[in-house]
Design a protein around this ligand. Structure first.
Ligand SMILES: *Cc1c(COP(=O)(O)O)cnc(C)c1O
Length: 361
């Protein structure tokens, strides 16, 4: 936490705004909107997963539809496709950004159309804070007229050519879960340049109440709004967001300075114009065996590290669905490791991790 979260939470108590609406929710939304820029509107919700669910529903996804989804991601990118009774079609990654491959995406779209079903949406993810290939994905989205849900859960503070992530897709989503770069303990946001999408998301997130003096409903609604207490935490966290980004980028730089080129260790670099919040610092090792040796050796020293995300097309729950793969994410999953990356690590901590990794190598 920074210094002002408690002040905003106390304001909520002092004014008795203990509800899923109130001044903190309004101010938090303004803070997100101002930070992201590009004329977006923001709706504060109960989670990033809820935001993806509403985004897909607002874009017209319903039972029986197909939705293209980056395979190399956390399961929350794909689960809302299932909530809606739609079919996920998984697309593998490119090595430049580790995110959805434009080439495979276009191939998948062409093939699905040939098979008689045009996908309703594309879920693209800025994994670990590194932006996906925003130019190519936007071109494909425009050319085939398929909207993008931009999963920016891990990428608040990241940008391409100075344009912030979550403003590129038809709808962007953010997460304020406890593990993200800033947190409200749990929470999320839906972000869009279209005000009607924000308004629709707030309507659906508050039980879809029609405009009448009594309770009247002509849509199925959800209870997905953010509480005014948690939005108070969010207001305080927005004030330290850039500090958190700087701290995480400093972690990455220290890892990079000390590990690059050593015994086949690879790091992910920013393409020209790209800026990553470096939510997690990750490395690729030469092999699964080396990866496991490093992970286990760190664990023996009471340091947690984790394999990269297991691709969705390899997950027991999703492996039966169509996928367009090229081996990239499977290779990353085998060889890759997320290193300690917290904003509160100091350089001594990071150097200790580096020394242990070097010992294994
Ligand atoms: C965390 C995360 C989500 C989900 O956000 P929650 O707020 O935890 O529901 C979605 N996608 C990705 C890539 C994430 O890392």
């Amino acid at each position: 936490m920074g210094n002002t979260e408690e002040k905003y939470v106390k304001q909520a108590f002092d004014t008795n705004w203990v509800a899923p609406l109130g001044p903190n929710v309004d101010s938090f939304e303004v803070a997100i909107k101002d930070y992201v820029g590009s004329g977006v509107h923001a709706a504060a919700l109960s989670s990033g997963t809820a935001a993806i669910h509403l985004a897909l529903e607002i874009l017209g996804v319903s039972a029986g539809d197909e939705v293209l989804c980056q395979s190399f991601t956390f399961s929350a990118s794909a689960n809302p496709i299932m909530y809606l009774g739609a079919t996920p079609i998984f697309v593998d990654s490119e090595s430049e950004t580790w995110n959805i491959s434009p080439e495979l995406l276009e191939k998948a779209i062409k093939e699905r159309i040939k098979l008689g079903k045009k996908p309703k949406a594309i879920v693209a993810v800025h994994l670990y804070g590194m932006p996906y290939n925003v130019k190519e994905i936007a071109r494909i989205s425009n050319e085939y007229d398929i909207p993008v849900v931009e999963d920016s859960a891990e990428a608040l503070g990241s940008s391409v050519d100075g344009v912030k992530c979550s403003s590129f897709g038809a709808i962007g989503i953010l997460s304020f879960n406890g593990n993200k770069i800033i947190t409200t303990s749990g929470g999320g946001a839906l972000v869009s340049k279209k005000k009607e999408y924000k308004d629709q998301s707030v309507f659906l997130a508050t039980q879809a109440r029609d405009n009448a003096p009594h309770y009247q409903h002509s849509h199925v609604g959800y209870n997905y709004r953010m509480s005014n207490i948690l939005a108070g935490i969010g207001r305080g966290q927005m004030e330290v967001l850039d500090d958190r980004v700087n701290a995480r980028r400093a972690n990455f730089e220290l890892y990079d300075d000390n590990l690059k080129g050593i015994d086949g260790i690879e790091l992910l670099y920013e393409p020209e114009g790209y800026f990553s919040n470096r939510w997690l610092s990750c490395i690729l090792t030469p092999s699964f065996e080396v990866r496991e040796k490093i992970r286990e050796f760190l664990l023996e020293h009471n340091i947690e590290s984790r394999p990269l995300w297991k691709p969705m097309h390899m997950q027991p729950i999703f492996e039966g669905y169509p996928s367009y793969t090229n081996g990239t994410s499977e290779d990353f999953f085998e060889r890759g490791l997320c290193l300690p990356s917290g904003s509160n690590l100091d350089s001594k901590d990071v150097l200790r991790v580096i020394e242990l990794i070097k010992t294994v190598l």
